[in-house]
Design a protein around this ligand. Structure first.
Ligand SMILES: [Zn+2]
Length: 75
């Protein structure tokens, strides 16, 4: 079960767990416009997911940086 606030359940047409899933998926693939729009709409009205997505982005950025430093890039 989720502990996220019910008031944000359908923000942007998707739920918080869907938004979190999209944030993660966006790392692996390009989101289709519908997904992108739904995620943006959700983040616009859901402070929780907005903060979470920022933290995700910062975390992945650090990971990319770490991996980039330890792995040689193929030319
Ligand atoms: Zn949310």
């Amino acid at each position: 079960m989720t502990q996220l606030p019910d008031s944000h359940q359908d923000a942007g047409g998707i739920r918080c767990r869907d938004a979190a899933g999209l944030v993660c998926e966006a790392r692996d693939r390009e989101l289709v416009p519908d997904e992108r729009a739904a995620l943006d709409a959700h983040l616009a009205v859901c402070p929780y997911c907005k903060v979470a997505s920022r933290q995700f982005a910062a975390l992945f950025e650090q990971l990319d940086e770490l991996l980039g430093k330890t792995q040689s890039r193929p030319e």
